[in-house]
Design a binder for this molecule. Structure first.
Ligand code: SF4
Length: 94
């Protein structure tokens, strides 16, 4: 599947950007104290039904090499920035 093709099928097309980049995204009250990070709930639900979740995640991981943390990254490929950091740590991709 070509780059432009999978983006055309993205379930997030037309969804406001703030849903995937919530203002309270990775703040200290969202997930870091052991509780669930609820700021991404709506985005996570959209991603979970997205037909192009896999190419989206691969694209995000490739584009974010060297970047860590929540700031300015948002939900992509069904994973929050922190979850993508954990994933790349697990597979040793960075
Ligand atoms: S997986 Fe999520 S962020 Fe990626 S294209 Fe689909 S809806 Fe958008």
């Amino acid at each position: 599947m070509m780059l432009a093709e999978w983006r055309d099928q993205a379930a997030c097309r037309g969804i406001p950007r703030w849903v995937f980049f919530p203002p309270t995204g990775g703040g200290p009250k969202n997930g870091r104290s052991g509780g669930p990070n609820t700021a991404y709930n709506e985005a996570r639900a959209i991603c979970s039904a997205c037909p192009v979740q896999a190419p989206c995640l691969v694209s995000a991981l490739a584009a974010e090499r060297g970047y860590r943390g929540e700031k300015g990254r948002g939900m992509r490929g069904g994973l929050t920035p922190t979850e993508r950091d954990r994933f790349t740590d697990l597979v040793g991709a960075r």
